[in-house]
Design a protein around this ligand. Structure first.
Ligand SMILES: Cc1ncc(COP(=O)(O)O)c(C=O)c1O
Length: 389
């Protein structure tokens, strides 16, 4: 007698780039083919056109294509005068690249805490950290939502310090009618493959309305050359190549639709998860548009038990979701002030409580444009079960 066949539970990943590719394969292949036929691979017409398109998307005049989001930050900080011994104020709850772009220049990141509701830099935490060595403030727009820029910009102006926006995660988001990336002196984007607008490799861009800075950055990304084989200052080799620009140009044509799909999915999650006890859903302050790079919930509480991988209730929910075939991720489990890399800066537990608490409680669940309504319901149902069991 054959044993009864158990239905295979549907596996839902964090992201499904293959599903996205299937919808644009012909366009991508044609664009890549054109580059290969043209045989111009670095700093060509596609990069230039794409720079204009991204500048337009962000609502500014200039775009400077570079090799990654990390180097966009490094170059933006350098062009803003940050160097050895300087201080840069930055939120502790972010991806490590925001900090490492600062330390790569020999400068010191000064970590500030976040607003618990938005996970973004708390404007009230900035002024007390300003010293005569402060050269910049980096405002990160985390998970697809803008930081509270009005008070940040007001403080920066009061002290004559530039604001650089780390807009790696929030292309297209807006804050009281202004696009992320357009509010500070310079905005930095990442086109890492998993981003809302992702390349087929590494790529990044700096956007600005400051023509002089843009001209300097164009030289800085290319060995400091202001004319062919004439370098006026030390620069980088950090250029956006034509293949990536071609892929990104195709994808940019779909970005508005993909973002709208993310927003519809997020609203569906909001309504399906609204009543679950012990869960905090993403908060969108009035006047803001969230682009949901991630849909990040909070699960409060610790767990007493012997499982070494399960210290918090969020770990436990993640484990239970995995047992049900649902991927989830913790972005980010260790805030920057507690990273071993920055031990020499003297950060210790208890210094930045909102960042530390976020690290213990956050859990991002699958959210990407190609998700179907039934997959969203499946995730929500699994989460309901994971919280109950
Ligand atoms: C907040 C943040 N800053 C900076 C970066 C660095 O971008 P990249 O990976 O393109 O160097 C990323 C993404 O990876 C990021 O999420």
């Amino acid at each position: 007698m054959s044993s009864p066949v158990r239905p295979v539970a549907e596996v839902i990943p964090m992201l499904d780039l293959r599903a996205q590719y299937e919808t644009i394969a012909l366009e991508i292949r044609a664009a890549v083919d054109e580059v290969i036929t043209a045989q111009q691979f670095v700093l060509g017409p596609r990069c230039e056109a794409f720079e204009q398109e991204i500048a337009h998307t962000c609502g500014v005049r200039c775009g400077i294509g570079v090799a990654s989001g990390t180097e966009a930050l490094e170059l933006a900080l350098h062009a803003s005068g940050v160097g050895a011994g300087d201080e840069v104020i930055v939120p502790a709850f972010t991806f490590i690249a925001t900090g490492s772009a600062i330390t790569a220049l020999g400068a010191r990141p000064v970590f500030a805490d976040i607003e618990p509701a938005t996970f973004n830099l708390d404007p009230a935490q900035i002024e007390m950290r300003i010293t005569p060595r402060t050269r910049a403030i980096v405002a990160v727009h985390l998970f697809g939502l803008a930081a509270d820029m009005s008070p940040i910009l007001a403080l920066a102006e009061k002290h004559g310090i530039p604001v650089i926006e780390d807009n790696a995660q929030s292309i297209g988001a807006s804050y009281h009618g202004r696009k992320t990336g357009s509010m500070g002196r310079l905005g930095c984007l990442s086109f890492y493959p998993s981003k809302n607008l992702g390349a087929y490799g590494d790529a990044g861009m700096i956007v600005t309305d400051d023509d002089k800075l843009a001209t300097r950055l164009r030289a800085l990304r290319n060995h400091g050359q202001t004319a062919r084989y004439l370098s006026t200052e030390r620069g980088w080799n950090s250029r956006l190549d034509e293949l990536q620009a071609a892929v990104l140009q195709v994808k940019l044509r779909h970005l508005a639709d993909w973002t709208a799909a993310r927003q519809v999915h997020a609203r569906r999650y909001d309504s399906l998860l609204r009543d679950l006890p012990g869960l905090t859903l993403p908060h969108v302050p009035g006047g803001q548009e969230h682009v949901y790079y991630l849909y990040t919930i909070r699960v409060a509480g610790r767990v007493a038990g012997n499982d070494p991988g399960v210290a918090t209730r969020s770990d436990l929910v993640q484990k239970r979701l995995a047992e049900r075939g649902i991927a989830s991720m913790v972005y980010y489990p260790v805030p920057l002030h507690l990273q071993p890399l920055y031990a020499s800066l003297g950060g210790k537990p208890g210094d930045l409580r909102a960042s530390e608490r976020a690290s213990r409680e956050v859990l991002s669940i699958p959210l990407y444009p190609e998700l179907t309504p039934s997959q969203i319901e499946h995730v929500a149902e699994a989460l309901r079960g994971a919280l109950r069991d």
